[in-house]
Design a protein around this ligand. Structure first.
Ligand SMILES: Cc1cc2nc3c(=O)[nH]c(=O)nc-3n(C[C@H](O)[C@H](O)[C@H](O)COP(=O)(O)OP(=O)(O)OC[C@H]3O[C@@H](n4cnc5c(N)ncnc54)[C@H](O)[C@@H]3O)c2cc1C
Length: 444
């Protein structure tokens, strides 16, 4: 369901921009042979590239009011990615259409028909647009090469995240250069036609978002600072529980939401689910597994009293389903949103029928015992799937424990492959996709 919305928005952005551009053309602009249409197509691909990139840049600034319609920040970062890839596709087409004729001439591949003579232009004093035309062409070309490099690095998964993150910070600058390029070179008639107001809105909002990003102000209004109050390492599964006592205001959160957590100024903020329920006491807990270069160092590098900046909350993995029956599936450290929800329900002291499956390859009794206890308090059926003993959660094993699973909303958080397998099996057996809710544990 959430992906359906994302796909619909993505397709609408492309179709909508293309439609507005078509409506803004002079009659007959797309008639004649390819050479006659080339200039129009250069403009069209440019408009699409910059329009889509604008939406992507706006989303990158984390406007929290998009979370509900788009299903959470983790989802709209996925949309940001698709927009970036498609913008790059249109930018490449724009570049090829613009540069193609000179390559063809240089390589003497064939003779390009001469351009129709232009109407005599009468110079009427200083024309800023004409004056800036050459620099705008140059700047656009170099910004395009940078864009190719930066999107390429973003898509190259083996390029470490922390370096990707640093290089991607150049993207707002690239965007601003492309806005300048388009503003100077685009067909000025577009501004007074259907495309004009929409493009003006996108470029203005995109420019604001890019400036916010360049000044590192993204999410600044949702930040709170505090200090580490508790640290507890579970040896059996290497999960580190970090308790943070906030010193500044926090707007509260729903169980299942996440925050960007910054433990020091050198490393970027990382997203972690808040594994505690909000009790209005300024306390937040994060359960962090050493899954990469940085998180593996935390158990030895964090210390009590250390300053922390938390930004959030974000996400819509909030257990608000259509019905009352729920099935929760947590894989590995993907159990964290369920711990928060258990704490919530145990505090309230009531629940609705829930079966919770926790699949782990590193069952740590000290870690599992409080989860089991919270589940008992909330009246939730807890099922441990012990991967270290060869146990696997399949649809068959799930059906055996929860025969009425088709009536349930399923909430899944865990490795992507596991999620896709169980979702595929459930949907194939008739579960509506709208009833399968999945947190995306990766943002790239
Ligand atoms: C919504 C959400 C909730 C999460 N909740 C938890 C949780 O409760 N507990 C937990 O242990 N892990 C959680 N994660 C995963 C956690 O963010 C990564 O494991 C951690 O950031 C890895 O950092 P690293 O430098 O050690 O690993 P790396 O090896 O550098 O990165 C591994 C992967 O982690 C992601 N990642 C790394 N750095 C960042 C960053 N700064 N911003 C965004 N993504 C990054 C990337 O997908 C990357 O490919 C969550 C992730 C998301 C998106």
């Amino acid at each position: 369901m959430q992906f359906k919305i994302l796909k619909t928005i993505f397709a609408s952005a492309i179709v909508g921009l293309a439609g507005l551009w078509l409506l803004s053309l002079e009659p007959g602009a797309l008639t004649g042979d390819f050479w006659a249409m080339r200039k129009t197509l250069v403009y069209g691909t440019g408009v699409l590239a910059l329009g889509l990139m604008s939406v992507g840049v706006i989303l990158a600034a984390r406007p929290a009011w998009f979370e509900t319609p788009l299903g959470g920040l983790d989802k709209f970062y996925r949309l940001h990615k698709w927009l970036g890839i498609s913008a790059l596709g249109f930018a490449i087409a724009h570049w090829v259409l613009r540069k193609g004729p000179s390559w063809i001439t240089d390589l003497s591949l064939f003779v390009i028909p001469p351009k129709p003579p232009k109407a005599e232009e009468v110079a009427t004093g200083f024309d800023l647009f004409r004056y800036l035309k050459e620099p705008a062409v140059e700047i656009g070309e170099w910004a395009f090469y940078l864009m190719v490099g930066l999107v390429g690095l973003a898509l190259w998964k083996r390029f470490p995240y922390k370096y990707f993150f640093k290089t991607h910070r150049l993207m707002p600058l690239v965007y601003l250069l492309l806005v300048f390029h388009a503003f100077i070179l685009m067909d000025r008639n577009y501004w007074t036609r259907p495309l004009g107001p929409v493009l003006a809105l996108l470029l203005t909002a995109g420019t604001v978002a890019a400036v916010i990003a360049l000044f590192r102000k993204i999410g600044s209004s949702r930040q709170a600072s505090g200090a580490i109050a508790t640290l507890l390492l579970y040896d059996g599964n290497q999960a580190l529980e970090v308790g943070v006592r906030l010193k500044t205001a926090w707007r509260g959160h729903d169980a299942g939401q996440f925050a960007f957590v910054n433990f020091d100024d050198v490393e970027n903020a990382h997203p972690f689910t808040i594994s505690s329920a909000w009790q209005n006491d300024g306390l937040l807990t994060f359960t962090i597994k050493g899954l990469g270069d940085y998180t593996r160092t935390l158990a030895s590098s964090l210390h009590l009293g250390q300053g922390v900046v938390v930004e959030g909350p974000y996400g819509r993995f909030n257990f608000h389903g259509a019905g009352d029956r729920q099935i929760w599936i947590g894989g590995g450290v993907g159990v964290t949103p369920f711990i928060a929800r258990l704490r919530d329900l145990a505090a309230i002291g009531r629940s609705y029928p829930v079966d919770m499956f926790y699949a782990t390859n590193a069952p740590d009794l000290a870690f599992i015992a409080p989860i089991r206890q919270l589940a008992e308090q909330a009246g939730i059926a807890f099922h441990l799937v012990d991967g270290s003993n060869g146990g696997r959660l399949t649809l068959q094993s799930l059906v055996a424990a929860a025969p009425d699973w088709k009536q349930a909303d399923v909430w899944f958080c865990g490795p992507r492959g596991f999620g896709e397998a169980i979702r595929g099996a459930m949907v194939a057996q008739g579960l509506p996709t709208s009833r399968f809710h999945q947190e995306l544990f990766e943002m790239r």
